[in-house]
Design a protein around this ligand. Structure first.
Ligand SMILES: Cc1cc2nc3c(=O)[nH]c(=O)nc-3n(C[C@H](O)[C@H](O)[C@H](O)COP(=O)(O)OP(=O)(O)OC[C@H]3O[C@@H](n4cnc5c(N)ncnc54)[C@H](O)[C@@H]3O)c2cc1C
Length: 462
């Protein structure tokens, strides 16, 4: 089978690449391992992308300039970023918004309660699912051939050149295609829990994966084994604490729990282990994935009282509830004595005057003489009924990836690949060495996906 450009993956980065390659006049084959209803990878779960702009541009307000955007990135990655690639992603994000609109993606003003992102992040009308549907419609209208249920198992490299792509089709039969150019956009490896275990240890089997189960790093591993240069650290990933009852895969954004700042969080030994009120939740939720991952059996237990139930976004699953703390602790399967002791020690360390409690801002209402302290919103857990949730680490995506240059071309040990480009999560580790900036995953995928499509198209057209 022959085709100009083979695109490996079926999320945002892949579709941006496929569309631009088709616009350049190439025949394009897109290989998506998920069945059609689950197409679109993690992109299907998204809500927005972060976009530079010089002046208000619907739906974004004010301006958001390169230097501020770059500073925001450096704060979260602590400098662990490739500046050239990062600035390219930032600068070119500005052109992405109108380009996405041309492909049929529609935007809406930012949702209330979404971390004040109206200036920096453009929200997709209908979320990531609508975005993915629009991009598939556009790709198919441009003649891109889409194959679902089709897993790429091998990208055959002869030196720096891809000669063949091997995949299993929807019937499980092995197929081969000899494309002139290839775009790898098959995401991170978080869907392969054995690979996570090799990086994190056995506890990784208890992690939940917030997105697609199809991102198992098959193409990434195959290319690294054939001499593609890697970037990033296998233990670095975006991970948040989510409801412990969420499904193993694909729980999406609805499984996030926002009650931690108003709670006491215990580990399975009944001990507190971190300041639940360190900062406002949008600035802290992403560290709680790692905090819970470091606890015995990778689980946390959140306890609030009735005064806090209405202070956060409703949870996907109803909480456990009891009229007594002892009853709740029993339902949660926690050891009674140390758990009750932790809560009563916490309660005793809270101030008597709670009039300064302000749930929407840092109120400085701190415990005294407690280790670890709770430095904001410290109210005793005393008003029945009492409510409880379990917490698990929820991995969003891993950062280990392929090294690319500014044109998105994959770098092999002996130099740039001749006809292989990469976009999206599979190369994001160059820019996101650690930490995360909300909305930047989709920016990276859109900028480098478009670029990869353009470059592959130009290569094929000579
Ligand atoms: C719950 C959740 C919410 C998020 N919210 C946001 C947000 O609001 N804004 C934001 O910027 N980012 C968000 N992200 C991160 C964002 O989803 C990713 O950064 C982005 O979607 C990456 O796009 P991608 O195309 O590289 O990967 P994906 O969209 O994951 O696509 C990878 C594709 O590759 C396919 N694939 C994998 N292996 C193979 C193989 N061997 N053969 C063939 N196909 C294969 C998969 O099926 C999938 O279609 C969120 C992630 C999650 C999980």
């Amino acid at each position: 089978m022959q085709v100009d450009v083979a695109v490996l993956g079926g999320g945002n980065a892949a579709l941006c690449g496929a569309i631009n390659a088709a616009l350049a006049g190439c025949s394009v084959l897109l290989l998506e391992s998920a069945p059609k209803p689950y197409r679109g990878g993690n992109s299907r779960h998204t809500r927005n992308f972060r976009c530079m702009h010089q002046a208000p541009i619907a739906p974004l307000t004010d301006s958001y300039l390169e230097d501020e955007y770059f500073d925001d990135l450096i704060k979260v990655t602590k400098g662990n970023t490739d500046e050239t690639l990062a600035r390219k992603a930032i600068r070119e994000s500005e052109a992405c918004l109108p380009w996405m609109q041309q492909q049929g993606i529609r935007f809406q003003p930012s949702l209330s309660g979404t971390l004040s992102l109206s200036r920096t992040n453009a929200f997709f009308l209908g979320g990531g699912k609508a975005l993915v549907n629009a991009l598939y419609r556009r790709a198919e209208a441009l003649g891109v051939e889409v194959r679902y249920d089709t897993e790429v198992t091998h990208v055959d490299m002869q030196g720096e050149r891809v000669t063949e792509v091997v995949f299993t089709d929807e019937r499980g039969a092995e197929q081969r295609v000899q494309p002139k150019a290839v775009i790898a956009a098959s995401g991170g490896f978080q869907g392969d829990t054995d690979w996570l275990e090799r990086a994190w240890g056995p506890g990784a089997q208890n992690f939940l994966i917030r997105g697609t189960k199809y991102n198992r790093g098959v193409v990434l591993r195959d290319l690294l084994d054939q001499g593609a240069q890697s970037v990033g650290d296998p233990t670095q990933c975006h991970a948040v604490a989510i409801d412990g009852r969420a499904p193993k895969f694909d729980g999406g954004i609805a499984s996030r729990l926002d009650c931690v700042p108003f709670s006491v969080v215990l580990n399975k030994q009944g001990e507190r282990f971190y300041d639940e009120g360190e900062d406002v939740w949008p600035k802290r939720y992403a560290i709680w994935g790692r905090l819970v991952a470091a606890q015995p059996d990778q689980v946390g237990f959140v306890i609030i009282d009735s005064r806090s139930l209405e202070l956060f976004m409703p949870s996907l699953y109803p909480p456990l509830v009891s009229d007594t703390l002892a009853g709740l602790i029993d339902q949660m399967g926690l050891p009674a004595e140390p758990s009750l002791a932790s809560i009563s020690t916490f309660n005793a360390a809270c101030a008597n005057d709670l009039s300064g409690f302000k749930p929407m801002e840092l109120d400085g209402l701190s415990t005294r003489g407690l280790e670890p302290a709770k430095t904001n919103w410290a109210r005793p857990i005393v008003e029945p009924p009492f409510y409880g949730y379990t917490l698990r680490p929820g991995v969003t995506f891993t950062y280990l990836g392929l090294k690319v240059d500014e044109t998105s071309r994959v770098q092999m040990q002996n130099g740039p690949a001749e006809n292989l480009w990469a976009a999206g999560e599979i190369m994001a580790g160059s820019i996101l060495g650690q930490g995360y900036l909300a909305g930047f995953g989709m920016t990276i995928g859109t900028v480098f996906g478009r670029q990869a499509g353009q470059e592959a198209g130009a290569y094929v057209r000579g």
